[in-house]
Design a protein around this ligand. Structure first.
Ligand SMILES: *[C@@H]1O[C@H](CO)[C@@H](O)[C@H](O)[C@H]1NC(C)=O
Ligand SMILES: *[C@@H]1O[C@H](CO)[C@@H](O)[C@H](O)[C@H]1NC(C)=O
Ligand SMILES: *[C@@H]1O[C@H](CO)[C@@H](O)[C@H](O)[C@H]1NC(C)=O
Ligand SMILES: *[C@@H]1O[C@H](CO)[C@@H](O)[C@H](O)[C@H]1NC(C)=O
Ligand SMILES: *[C@@H]1O[C@H](CO)[C@@H](O)[C@H](O)[C@H]1NC(C)=O
Ligand SMILES: *[C@@H]1O[C@H](CO)[C@@H](O)[C@H](O)[C@H]1NC(C)=O
Ligand SMILES: *[C@@H]1O[C@H](CO)[C@@H](O)[C@H](O)[C@H]1NC(C)=O
Ligand SMILES: *[C@@H]1O[C@H](CO)[C@@H](O)[C@H](O)[C@H]1NC(C)=O
Length: 531
């Protein structure tokens, strides 16, 4: 006994427990369940505190049980006929297991102590002119077939036998009813009674049959590989209604060994007869990708009513994933816009930056000891599409006077007396770029020189800008008619198309873009040269 006490002290310390209040009429049967009516063979220890006395019950002999008016049945303690001796605090717990224990406070009331009976009162609401069936509670009564339920009888408060079913109830039926469940155990009859307070209300019942949740078309967020549950609740006609789940129009089974199944519960709403709240829970042990494309439907089926609500599953996107995606999208868009803008306006942007940062900007701030920004050199245009002398003068003067370039011109800046090819190469040496201008007729120094020096031009990696006209472009495309030397050079250089005089703004922009920035500051007195 001492050991048992020690053990009990031990298990008391393990779990916190809530106390269940039980009220029982003197002489009635009551069952205290130390579990869920699913007995797994565990030996249960009971402790009873009545006043000053503390008693422990585990396995008692049948005669001892009989003497105390108790039955230890599996994990339950059944008091066959309650008396004030049984009143007290009970705790129970498995003997060889430290799982939670349970606690009960049992109050035994007699016919004369009516006020305590309020602890054993149950309310029921019915509606005028409706059918009304009284419900006898099923609390703390044996759930085992060892106690055979003989029947349920109803009495009014005054002791008169009563019906439990009214087809057309009226307000006058309101009042206190007592139901008695009679059980047969060991050839003896034992009763368990409950007080039901019926309230018959005027007016319509407030509920309608139907599926209350989920809403049709609901998207349920799930995680792949994880469990998920979707509960469908409905108020159904208890006589012929049913609630179940369909997956792509096939029945979902109730077998809980499957990957997905459903289980259901009923709860009789005492306020409404013939209807029950039913819930069918679709359970996934593991959500798979294939479930995301499936259609799940909860179906309510009864004689008068068929309702369906459809539910789809959707993968939860973690918030970090969403933000990351948004960030990447933002960056990509911003970069695309920048690139597109640059491609479209690269000439304007470059010229603008050059203007802002000055020639000492990023490009060529090195004093390369060259005297000229560009050397204007002519090449012979086969057709008459080349630039005339006037055109060439306009080109040179605008570059010099308006844009501040220093230009080397053969007929002005090359000293006479040297060998032509040498003089031209000297001039090229002194210039940062060579602008090749198609000319007609062939001017000095003549295209022969160009042919002679073209390899050294390519070798020196001289910055070459080819000025084309629409005619020379078509010439060039007719391969063969364009001298080989020029074809080589035109591949090495950039080209700008001359569309006639006066040259357009875009021609100047393109030319300036391909030329290096002028090393001199532009001349301030802009003698607007009319070309
Ligand atoms: C109680 O149970 C043990 C085994 O669980 C058994 O040996 C013992 O005889 C039982 N005592 C009574 C009084 O039934
Ligand atoms: C039962 O426990 C409550 C406190 O939980 C205490 O007030 C009451 O006196 C106890 N009753 C008996 C009979 O031990
Ligand atoms: C039953 O109804 C009465 C009066 O409306 C109320 O005081 C009491 O708490 C109700 N009992 C239960 C168990 O709902
Ligand atoms: C049990 O209840 C029935 C019906 O109320 C009654 O006839 C019977 O005498 C009761 N038995 C006991 C043992 O109280
Ligand atoms: C119930 O029926 C009576 C008699 O037919 C009628 O007077 C009363 O208005 C009805 N009540 C309701 C709530 O329908
Ligand atoms: C549940 O499913 C398993 C595996 O498919 C099967 O072996 C078992 O018999 C099923 N149980 C019922 C009650 O249908
Ligand atoms: C339905 O099954 C799930 C998983 O087995 C369980 O957690 C849940 O309690 C069950 N619900 C009912 C009402 O049986
Ligand atoms: C029973 O029905 C009433 C009225 O519709 C409702 O307020 C109450 O919550 C329902 N009770 C249960 C247990 O569903």
């Amino acid at each position: 006994m001492f050991l048992l006490l020690l053990f009990l002290a031990f298990i008391s310390g393990v779990c916190s427990m809530t106390t269940k209040e039980i009220y029982v009429r003197a002489g009635d049967l009551v069952m205290l369940k130390c579990g869920e009516c699913k007995y797994d063979g565990t030996v249960v220890l009971w402790k009873l505190e009545t006043g000053q006395k503390t008693q422990l019950y585990s396995n008692m002999s049948a005669s001892e049980q009989q003497r105390l008016g108790l039955v230890l049945y599996q994990d339950s303690l059944v008091i066959l006929s309650a008396s004030s001796n049984h009143q007290g605090n009970y705790t129970c717990g498995p003997l060889r297991n430290t799982r939670c224990q349970m606690a009960f406070r049992l109050t035994v009331y007699s016919e004369s102590s009516r006020e305590i009976e309020f602890g054993n009162r149950y309310n029921q609401t019915c509606y005028e002119n409706q059918t009304c069936e009284l419900n006898c509670p099923e609390e703390n009564v044996p759930c085992s077939t060892a106690w055979e339920l003989l029947g349920i009888t109803w009495h009014k408060e005054n002791g008169a036998v009563s019906d439990d079913f009214f087809t057309n109830v009226d307000v006058g039926k309101s009042g206190v009813y007592i139901c008695t469940r009679s059980f047969l155990y060991s050839d003896q009859t034992y009763n368990a009674s409950f007080t039901v307070v019926l309230d018959v209300q005027t007016g319509k019942p407030p509920t309608n049959l139907g599926i209350y949740s989920p809403k049709n078309g609901k998207v349920v967020e799930v995680e792949l590989g994880k469990t998920a549950e979707i509960t469908c609740t409905a108020l159904i006609d208890s006589s012929d209604g049913s609630l179940f789940w369909l997956r792509n129009d096939e029945f979902v089974e109730k077998n809980d060994t499957l990957r997905y199944f459903y289980n259901d519960t009923f709860s009789k709403n005492a306020s409404l007869d013939d209807v029950v709240w039913m819930s069918a829970t679709l359970v996934f042990r593991e959500v798979l990708e294939e479930d995301l494309s499936a259609e799940f439907r909860c179906k309510l089926e009864s004689a008068e009513l068929t309702l369906l609500v459809s539910v789809t599953l959707d993968k939860t996107a973690g918030p970090s994933y969403v933000i990351l995606t948004a960030c990447i999208a933002c960056i990509v868009v911003v970069m695309a816009v920048i690139v597109a803008t640059y491609v479209k306006f690269k000439i304007d942007v470059t010229l603008f930056l050059r203007g802002k940062l000055g020639s000492s900007g990023c490009q060529s701030n090195t004093s390369d000891e060259k005297s000229y920004d560009a050397f204007l050199m002519c090449y012979k245009s086969v057709t008459d599409g080349g630039l005339s002398e006037e055109d060439r003068k306009c080109l040179a003067s605008t570059l010099e006077d308006e844009f501040g370039y220093s230009i080397c011109l053969y007929d002005r800046d090359v000293l006479p007396g040297q060998a032509i090819a040498e003089a031209v190469l000297d001039c090229i040496e002194q210039s940062r770029a060579v602008v090749l201008v198609p000319s007609f007729p062939d001017p000095e120094p003549g295209s022969a020189v160009l042919s002679a020096i073209h390899t050294s031009l390519v070798e020196r990696k001289t910055r070459l800008i080819f000025i084309n006209t629409e005619q020379t472009e078509t010439e060039a495309s007719r391969s063969g008619s364009f001298p080989e030397s020029l074809q080589l050079l035109s591949k090495a250089g950039n080209s700008v198309t001359w569309k006639g005089r006066p040259p357009s703004t875009s021609f100047w922009k393109q030319l300036r873009y391909h030329l290096p920035a002028p090393q001199q500051t532009p001349k301030m007195q802009l003698l607007s040269q009319e070309c």
